[in-house]
Design a protein around this ligand. Structure first.
Ligand code: GLY
Length: 353
């Protein structure tokens, strides 16, 4: 087993990475929840037939009473309506303030269940059991929980750190290739922004099979970087913003495709390539980096470029006539493995695009 500690004052928690960990979820949860009688386990309709019963059985074997709730798979479940359903079901199940909520699933389940945990009874303990690569390397660590509003993604939420994050690399075996590749966009991002040697390590393993052979090292490295950023800047006002590399442009692609044409990982992949090209145009990024990132992402079936009109960039970057002159922090690479924020006007960014 590999363990990392997210050392936040008074709210430190472990990330455990271990094959077969799903079957040990009960004993591991018991160590951090000595008084909890019940765990309210949230999953989605994709994960339920694969892993719900195994996880629930493990929790029961550690003496927890388990209530389960399955939300529809997909981003549309991350909404206030599903949140309200969870709240009501938690109360019907008899959840008390000494009980806990656990999320078994990808980023949508983690964000939704986490926000429910942060708000029900003014906050109860929360456990993350991420089952997608994207959730394992990014969303399950760091405490950002939210639901989407009609006005945009993640607009109602909280910082609510879990008590424990349990990562079983074996559960990644059931992911479709495209979902695995989605998570790899975020994995490659860590190499780009923090760790040149890790980028080279990934680039030398351009297939899922090769990556899965080293998956524990990959998960550990990503979570170690995420942990260090979260400890330094939990509230996302400084260094944590470096994690947005590729995301400003990626959000434009997601928005232009109405969150249906492009997945988050696909949009981030193309967004990182364009951010490198923009960095070069601004005289900040060595010219060979865009090609290096493009080769790494396209080898996994992710797009290196996505078409987007000027109007779509304007809509996403938020420059309308009223907002003209506002600044934006674009994350750019000074070298492979070293990201910096580059403050520029939105107008200048759109001009560069
Ligand atoms: N996913 C970016 C962050 O947690 O800050």
């Amino acid at each position: 087993m590999r363990t990392l500690t997210v050392d936040l004052p008074g709210r430190a928690y472990d990330i455990q990475i271990q094959r077969g960990l799903l079957d040990l979820a009960g004993e591991r949860c018991r160590t951090v929840l000595p008084k909890a009688a019940r765990i309210f386990l949230v999953t989605d309709s994709n994960v339920e037939p694969l892993y719900l019963e195994r996880t629930a059985a493990s929790l029961r074997s550690a003496g927890f009473r388990v209530s389960t709730c399955t939300v529809p798979a997909g981003e549309s479940a991350k909404c206030p309506e599903e949140l309200a359903i969870l709240w009501e079901n938690m109360m019907s199940a008899g959840l008390t303030r000494t009980d806990a909520v656990a999320a078994l699933g990808g980023g949508v389940v983690g964000d939704l269940a986490g926000f429910a945990a942060a708000t029900i009874l003014r906050g109860v303990d929360f456990i993350q059991i991420p089952t997608t690569l994207l959730a394992q390397v990014d969303s399950s660590v760091g405490g950002k929980v939210a639901v989407d509003l009609r006005a945009g993604k993640n607009l109602a939420g909280a910082f609510w750190q879990p008590k424990l994050v349990l990562m079983d690399p074996d559960v990644l075996d059931t992911l479709p290739d495209s979902t695995f590749a989605d998570g790899m966009a975020e994995v490659i991002k860590y190499g780009c922004i923090f760790d040149r040697a890790f980028f080279d390590f990934l680039a030398a393993r351009p297939s899922r099979k090769e990556l899965m052979a080293d998956i524990e090292h990959i998960l550990y490295t990503c979570c170690d970087w995420k942990r260090s950023v979260v400890v330094e800047d939990e509230r996302d006002t400084g260094r944590r913003m470096l994690l947005n590399f590729g995301h400003t442009l990626g959000h434009a692609y997601e928005l232009a495709g109405h969150y249906e044409t492009w997945t988050h990982g696909q949009a981030v992949a193309a967004g990182m390539v364009l951010a490198a090209k923009l960095g070069t145009k601004l005289g900040l990024t060595p010219p060979e980096l865009a090609g290096q990132i493009e080769r790494a992402v396209t080898a996994l079936g992710l797009p290196g470029t996505i078409e987007c009109s000027h109007e779509e960039y304007v809509a996403a970057i938020g420059l309308d006539k009223k907002g003209a002159g506002d600044d934006i922090s674009l994350i750019v690479l000074e070298e492979m493995g070293k990201a910096v924020p580059h403050r520029m006007s939105k107008a200048a960014l759109l001009e560069a695009l």
